[in-house]
Design a protein around this ligand. Structure first.
Ligand SMILES: [Zn+2]
Ligand SMILES: [Zn+2]
Length: 128
């Protein structure tokens, strides 16, 4: 079953197929700035399953201690919908909040050492 993800205004809409390879929260400063929230929630799919349905997004390259990332965002409303990360060359990362359907709970808390002190995650999740 195909899944859709889109920006706030809907101009940038993408379709993905298959199951996600990774479902994670990330507490790094860059994910916070991307989302404007305490952490990012991301799903990773096989790169070749992504199909752009709507307008062409703008891109922004960013690098941090975890590697380089190219974010694809809507030039109209500014939402980052998906990105490519050099660390996972086969995958595309998608903002969980942009997914049309309800997504499963994450299983990983990445950059957990940087989590806000009030964030509590289930013990069953892996922490990195
Ligand atoms: Zn938009
Ligand atoms: Zn992050």
């Amino acid at each position: 079953m195909n899944k859709q993800a889109s920006c706030c205004c809907g101009a940038v809409t993408v379709e993905l197929s298959g199951t996600s390879k990774l479902n994670a929260l990330c507490h790094c400063d860059d994910c916070r700035k991307r989302t404007g929230s305490a952490f990012g929630h991301s799903l990773y799919y096989s790169k070749d399953t992504l199909k752009i349905i709507g307008s062409k997004p703008k891109t922004y390259a960013i690098g941090n201690e975890y590697g380089n990332q190219v974010r694809h965002f809507c030039p109209e409303c500014g939402s980052t919908v998906y990105w490519y990360w050099a660390r996972f060359p086969e995958w595309v990362g998608v903002a969980a909040g942009c997914m049309k359907d309800v997504v499963p709970a994450p299983t990983i808390s990445a950059c957990h050492h940087n989590a806000r002190h009030w964030v509590t995650i289930p013990e069953s999740w892996a922490q990195y």
